[in-house]
Design a protein around this ligand. Structure first.
Ligand code: PEP
Ligand code: MG
Length: 868
């Protein structure tokens, strides 16, 4: 029976849950406030309110009668649920998870019923205390949304079994709805499909989905839990790829909301385009991102003296070459007074500041596009985060000022995110800091920091917040070097989108560089030279000027159609990710679109787009291209691009499972709808269909059948052209067979390299070895061209290889006649093609095929075209 407080009338009947559940000390020792636990996750009450005990005993006992809802596999933590639903987590020591169970002996298992005082876990205090930084046992109420916990007094000694706290339900409405829901909560288990775990964007989407229903939704990972409505709480779960989560939804629409969230968790979000670190300059397109170098230590190091020559290495976030002078940007930390004037007033001020911040961000979202808009949306979700706001209100009620409360609420989450040891989540901590800065600036009436920059400034900073980046006068910025941040950080994405060379994750040296030092920033090689010899500076300055002039000339000529010097027509077209990219592509000189990835319509949503919605988007793209060719690829879902509503089965090796056209044939209704929408695009002939991941002739025939049926049903008499992607080695090997039935072939070198070299394209450790210049990949392209030629079909390349100007001679030499590239690289590619003749291209291709590695191919090309 639940150990309820007794009714004052002495009737002996347990009171309603709202009247209280008495918590007995689970262990003897010194009782302390939860705020004194030296771990922000506990002291910040991120997991919930509670207390802690510095133990003198070595047996953890049940503080009330109930059911063991979870016991961590490392046996250092256990959660117990009382009959009325109150749930309490007990965590023995800090960082004890790392002991992986050594020194702990569990006495219970999940689902066991226990009485007050029953032993739960014994532990070897002598051994464990040597290994961890603290033995303190936090005891936390984990469903604070339904209950409140009261600890009458702390800082005194207690024996196991002493009454230390009480838990009461939050009021009639909550108590009764909890009672109604009781055991009827919908519980769904799901594995995290996103390769990066739950980071900002999926967290935001889940919170949005949670808010669409009335159900109260909790997501659990082991002994951690978070409200699904809190993006920050969700990130702090620290859930990584493949972790199993439990979604618990209580309320009338619980099942629906839980399933919606499960669908989102079960499928990865489209990662913010991550710049790769290629050795050669090209617009970033490869999806993999290199691992960040060791990050700098927390203490600010000494500045180097002026004139000291140093070289710093990092990771390429945005390619390019620059010469300039160093300018340090330190993060200004707004001074806020700790003590608040009046609780009501402080709350009012913070509310107003949050409202203004939300309005500012919303206005910026409306005025921005692409990745910048996505970043701002994440910031908006932080401003609206209920957990952050709750933490701030609590601090204000404890007598703190609005500014201090907001700053502290964010700082606790930032510390917790950085501690999770997940580089992607650590990068998102900067976004939280950005939101802190924005709201504090409003509270303090300070406008954006406009550092006055000299010409050719090379910015050196520990990190740059997106809003700090936006405050920079970009006409003066020649480059950026950051100690923190990784290639997937938002500042990296913004730098790449503006074409500003940037090196990130470059370590502590970055913040030691004094102002005004001459610098060579070679972002292509991820290296930064401070105070290089004057001769080198002069050489690089001349190279930069030549490059700039060349680029300007190339841009001026980019609108003309492209031919080699000896008159061979090479179409240079763009890869598009959505309608917003069309204008940028045309401005860059695209002669059409060689790959329109249709995933933008399908990802990050809970239901499939309708035929009409798809048609409207495809037609808008066709119209935007003003008659130029448009090749739209059918949905390439599966592996790293998942759509939740397709309910793809969990697979051991998703890259080798139901993806691309296989997934489409497995879910033919999705395919049929898309084909119908594509067939409606006018004028007929402009839009062609491209099929991803074709591996066999059966794949092609099966889709052809659907296309033929739908063409007939629509009464369309002009056949639509259908091409295949060559991304799987088998497609190159049987290209002659495939070309007999396909209208054209387009080589996807991202996947072709992945499957040829057996290197997972999303494995950051292997990013540098995933080299599309590898002769093995080039040989398969040669085979694809030979097969296509046998049936008079043309071959294009739309993978990242075609975005390297240096790849053009090899690809053209192999017989490729269409290069579909990122918009930013088109001017350079066209300029390169115009200098080539077919004999030279054939000779270069033949030489490349005979080389031993991708590196050797790139070296040879760089020697022949040193300026490219
Ligand atoms: C490719 O694999 O090269 C390709 C263009 O397709 P995606 O990168 O979209 O998988
Ligand atoms: Mg592909």
């Amino acid at each position: 029976m639940v150990d309820h407080l007794k009714d004052a009338s002495g009737g002996g009947k347990p009171l309603d849950a709202k009247d209280g559940l008495s918590l007995k000390a689970p262990i003897g020792g010194w009782l302390v406030s939860i705020a004194d636990v030296p771990d922000p996750v506990f002291s910040g009450r991120i997991l919930g309110d509670g207390f802690a005990i510095d133990p003198t005993d070595s047996i953890l006992r049940a503080p009330f009668a109930g059911v063991v809802t979870s016991i961590h596999r490392a046996h250092h933590a256990v959660t117990l649920r009382a009959e009325d639903g109150a749930e309490v987590l007990m965590h023995i020591g800090l960082d004890t998870v790392a002991l992986k169970g050594d020194g702990f002996t569990p006495h219970v298992a999940e689902g066991d019923r226990v009485n007050t005082g029953d032993p739960l876990i014994s532990f070897d205090m002598d051994i464990i205390s040597q290994l961890v930084r603290s033995m303190v046992v936090p005891v936390v109420l984990t469903n604070g949304e339904r209950f409140t916990l009261t600890v009458p007094a702390v800082d005194h000694e207690i024996a196991a079994g002493d009454a230390v706290a009480s838990i009461a339900a939050k009021g009639e409405a909550t108590a009764s709805s909890a009672g109604e829901a009781g055991g009827d909560a919908t519980v769904v288990k799901v594995r995290v499909a996103d390769p990066n775990g739950i980071h900002a964007r999926p967290a935001g989407l889940i919170a949005e989905a949670a808010k669409t229903g009335a159900a109260e939704v909790i997501i659990r990972l082991g002994d951690r839990k978070a409200s699904a409505a809190s993006p920050v709480g969700l990130m702090l779960l620290g859930a990584v790829h493949n972790d199993e989560l439990t979604i618990e939804a209580k309320g009338a629409d619980g099942a629906e909301v839980a399933n919606r969230i499960a669908a989102l968790l079960g499928g990865p979000e489209a990662t913010m385009a991550a710049a790769s670190a290629p050795a050669l300059a090209a617009a970033p397109e490869v999806v993999a991102s290199p691992v960040a170098n060791a990050l700098p230590t927390a203490d600010a190091p000494e500045l180097w003296g002026p004139g000291v020559a140093k070289t710093i290495e990092g990771n390429t976030a945005s390619p390019g070459l620059a010469v300039g002078v160093s300018v340090r940007i330190t993060s200004e930390d707004f001074e806020v007074s700790e003590t608040g004037a009046d609780v009501e007033l402080e709350i009012k001020e913070l509310r107003a500041a949050l409202k203004t911040a939300a309005a500012d961000i919303s206005a910026k979202i409306a005025a921005s596009k692409g990745q910048q808009a996505e970043i701002l949306k994440a910031h908006l979700s932080f401003v609206e985060d209920p957990d952050l706001r709750d933490a701030a209100w609590t601090l204000i009620r404890d007598g703190k000022s609005a500014g201090y409360a907001w700053k502290t609420a964010i700082d606790r989450q930032v510390a917790a995110l950085r501690k999770l040891g997940n580089p992607v989540l650590a990068e998102r901590a900067s976004d939280l800091e950005d939101v802190r800065r924005r709201v504090l600036a409003i509270l303090l009436g300070v406008s954006g920091s406009a550092t006055v920059l000299p010409d050719n400034a090379i910015i050196f900073a520990a990190d740059l917040l997106p809003s700090q980046f936006a405050d920079l006068d970009l006409t003066k910025v020649a480059g950026i070097v950051l100690a923190y941040a990784g290639p997937t950080a938002h500042v990296s994405i913004l730098a790449a989108s503006k074409g500003i060379p940037a090196v990130v994750a470059a370590g502590v040296g970055v913040v030691c560089v004094p102002d005004g030092q001459p610098v060579i920033l070679d972002a292509d090689q991820a290296s930064v030279r401070i105070n290089p010899p004057e001769g080198d500076l002069a050489d690089i300055r001349a190279t930069v000027i030549r490059r700039r002039e060349r680029l300007a000339a190339n841009r001026a000529a980019t609108q003309d159609d492209c031919y080699t010097a000896d008159g061979k027509r090479i179409e240079v077209v763009a890869n598009l990710g959505g309608p917003a990219d069309v204008a940028v592509a045309l401005e860059g000189g695209a002669e059409g679109c060689g790959l329109m990835r249709s995933e933008f319509l399908f990802l990050n949503r809970t239901t499939a787009p309708s035929e009409d919605e798809q048609y409207a988007q495809y037609q808008a793209i066709a119209d935007g291209l003003k008659g130029r060719p448009l090749i739209i690829r059918t949905l390439d879902a599966g592996a790293d691009k998942d759509v939740p509503y397709a309910n793809l089965p969990k697979e051991e090796n998703p890259a080798l499972g139901l993806r691309g056209v296989r997934m489409s044939l497995w879910q033919p209704e999705l395919l049929r709808t898309q084909i119908r929408a594509l067939l409606r695009v006018k004028p007929y002939g402009q839009c062609k269909i491209l099929l991803p991941m074709i591996a066999t002739i059966a794949d092609l025939r099966d889709v052809r059948k659907v296309i033929d049926e739908e063409t007939k049903a629509l009464g369309r008499t002009t056949p639509i052209e259908v091409g295949i992607m060559v991304e799987v080695p088998s497609a190159a090997l049987i290209s002659k067979t495939l070309a007999a039935e396909a209208d054209f072939l387009s080589v996807g070198t991202n996947d072709l390299a992945q499957y040829t070299l057996a290197i997972d394209r999303v494995n950051p450790r292997l990013a540098k070895q995933l080299d599309p210049f590898h002769p093995a990949v080039l040989r398969l392209i040669q085979l694809a061209v030979e097969g296509a030629k046998a049936h008079g079909r043309w071959v294009g390349v739309c993978g990242s290889l075609s975005s390297f100007p240096l790849a053009a001679p090899v690809l053209i030499g192999l017989g490729v006649t269409e290069l579909s590239a990122t918009s930013g690289s088109i001017a350079e590619i066209k300029a390169m093609v115009r200098t080539l003749d077919m004999n030279k291209c054939k000779a270069v291709a033949e030489a490349a095929l005979a080389l031993e590695s991708g590196e050797a191919v790139r070296r040879m090309l760089a020697q022949s075209w040193p300026e490219a």
